[in-house]
Design a protein around this ligand. Structure first.
Ligand code: 1HE
Length: 256
């Protein structure tokens, strides 16, 4: 095991940092497994996580130096290993906010896509160089990226090598927040602190039920929604929060 992933626990927030800047945080097999392990073993009190990258770039994608000499069977198992690791991020214990800057490319974009919120600073750029390297996405990107930006945009990126800058990337749907250079992690932590205050069951529903409902036919989705709503509202924490509002003790929604 290497030390290419740094984990800092700040109260209810875990800050998880890709820390291989000399290789632009390229994702070696060992780093992918470290990410899996980190999300599998977050301490109990953690309620939200921030994922960012050290140096000038979030992540340069798959470590291409490990790609050589892999046959078809090994290639399939390698892709499945990525799937298993990134599922731990998407369907792990807490919402994850990605703080993006510089290159968010290839497998780095696949990693960002499995997070629940993406904050990008104005240096961020998005690309899928797999197309020009003669390979394909293998870290869940074929499933997750079209859900962010649409199949047509992803096809164009891979066929033509198109690179989206931060502003166009936000419009296309890569990131929900765009901030000045160097501010992505600060903004992501601020959002994580808000997320950490939610009832855990609400966060669970958003992470685990919402994406499944989105994949279900409408009649099944309505039923799943009703079941999840009933479970969430029956938790003592939900009752306390609703009571606090009715008693005038909770915040009103403020105009945006
Ligand atoms: C790497 C990698 C890497 C950098 N694997 N070593 N991803 C790509 O095709 C993107 C490849 N990388 C780049 O296009 C650029 O490196 C960046 C735009 C990200 C950054 O540029 P720059 O000028 O800051 O850095 P650099 O000089 O290109 O790279 C610095 C070092 O990092 C250099 O090594 P050095 O030993 O010569 O110092 C690079 O070789 C190394 N490096 N990126 C290995 N990706 C689950 S399937 C997913 C499939 C994919 O992700 S394919 C897309 C792979």
């Amino acid at each position: 095991m290497t030390q290419d992933l740094l984990i800092e626990i700040r109260g209810p927030i875990a800050i998880i940092r890709l820390s291989r800047p000399a290789k632009r945080n390229a994702l070696s097999d060992s780093l992918v497994l470290e990410i899996r392990d980190a999300f599998q073993s977050l301490p109990d009190g953690v309620r939200a996580a921030v994922l960012d990258g050290e140096g000038d770039h979030f992540c340069a994608g798959l470590d291409l130096s490990e790609l050589k000499d892999r046959d078809a069977g090994a290639g399939m198992l390698h892709s499945r290993m990525w799937h298993a690791a990134l599922e731990e991020v998407q369907y792990g214990p807490v919402p994850v906010i990605a703080a993006l800057h510089g290159a968010v490319v290839g497998g780095g974009l696949e990693l960002a896509a499995c997070c629940h919120i993406r904050v990008a600073d104005e240096t961020a750029f998005y690309a899928l160089p797999e197309g020009s390297r003669g390979i394909f996405v293998g870290g869940g990107g074929a499933v997750r990226i079209p859900r962010l930006i649409g199949t047509a945009r992803m096809t164009d990126m891979m066929l033509t090598g198109r690179v989206y800058n931060a502003a166009d990337g936000e419009k296309a749907g890569f990131a929900q927040y765009l901030v000045p250079p160097g501010q992505a992690t600060t903004k992501a932590i601020e959002l994580a602190e808000r997320v950490a205050q939610n009832a855990p069951l609400t966060n669970y529903a958003l992470m685990h039920a919402l994406p499944r409902i989105a994949e279900q036919p409408a009649d099944q989705g309505f039923l799943t929604e009703a079941l999840m709503a009933a479970i969430a509202q029956s938790a003592p924490e939900a009752k306390e929060r609703v009571r606090a509002f009715l008693d005038g003790k909770a915040n009103k929604v403020q105009k945006g």
